[in-house]
Ligand binder design. Structure first.
Ligand SMILES: [Fe+2]
Length: 293
């Protein structure tokens, strides 16, 4: 059984334990999450220079769209203001700022109607983040920038939390991905032939749920949940951001959901920044804790 908790006040240690069992936590009205959504909105508005960003795809060529979205995503992910807002976001959610690290957030821009589903707007097929080299202890926060509907959010295939899926993560190495493929996203406008770890079997959608919030509403879940970008049939471009955190004591202790099917090598841990002071995580320290993960 999986439970969705709404605005539940709970100690972060207890919440992570619950997340690692597959439960979801939904939060509305958080100042930090809203501030990050507002920051995204202002960058989006600049990038689309006065056009309605949710409908701008209908007014420009795919090349023009990519030219605007590439730098927009990069500024959101790497800007200093974003990092400061992530600190506020995490602290407000009650994580321990000394023990918690975050990966710099990503802005997702998913146009409607098959306009562009590769590269900067890659539509993720069903995956667990672990297939991409993330640690088992990862917690994911998914936040719409503009209100979303079931037709333009993420699909969560809840039946598969504990159930293995045949997949291509054995061939995925995080270091190789960074060296060869990450920065090639803007070149991919028709077909995304980067070696994404893909499911190798049909996904049964009976347990699929879609959670559609308003701007700044937070969906918090274990990244061990099988999830995908739902095909965007909403008629408007979806803008959302996502943030990921780990508590370093979880990594040290090897806590987290069971790895049911990921064979990815390498780790994203070296990308994480400490919430209290933005110090990078020294990933070498954890090589023994991660061996075999
Ligand atoms: Fe993901």
């Amino acid at each position: 059984m999986i439970t969705l908790y709404l605005n539940r006040q709970i100690a972060d240690d207890d919440r992570r334990e619950s997340l690692f069992a597959g439960n979801f936590y939904l939060y509305t009205g958080l100042a930090g999450a809203n501030a990050l959504a507002e920051h995204a909105k202002s960058l989006i508005s600049e990038a689309f220079s006065g056009l309605d960003p949710e409908r701008a795809q209908y007014e420009m060529s795919v090349d023009e769209f990519v030219k605007r979205v590439g730098p927009l995503k990069s500024e959101f992910t790497n800007g200093q203001r974003t990092k400061e807002l992530c600190q506020q976001f995490a602290v407000e959610l009650g994580v321990d700022p000394e023990l918690t690290y975050f990966d710099i957030p990503r802005l997702r821009v998913i146009p409607a109607d098959n306009y562009l589903s590769a590269g900067v707007s890659y539509n993720y097929k069903a995956h667990r983040d672990m297939w991409y080299g993330h640690p088992q202890q990862l917690v994911n926060y998914w936040v719409p920038v503009f209100p979303v509907v079931g037709d333009n959010v993420m699909s969560m295939f809840t039946d598969y939390f504990d159930k293995p899926v045949r997949n291509g993560s054995n061939a995925y190495d995080y270091d190789e991905w960074v060296a060869k493929h990450r920065h090639a996203a803007a070149e991919k406008t028709t077909k995304d032939d980067r070696p994404h770890p893909l499911p190798l079997e049909e996904i049964d959608s009976r347990g699929e749920i879609r959670i559609a919030g308003g701007s700044g509403d937070v969906m918090m879940f274990s990244s061990n949940h099988l999830h995908a970008s739902a095909p965007n049939l909403s008629g408007v471009t979806r803008f959302s951001y996502d943030l990921r955190t780990i508590n370093i004591e979880d990594v040290r202790a090897g806590r987290g959901p069971r790895n049911v099917d990921s064979g990815a090598t390498g780790t994203t841990l070296g990308d994480f920044l400490r919430v209290c002071d933005l110090a990078p995580l020294q990933a070498d320290e954890f090589s023994s804790a991660l061996s075999g993960a």
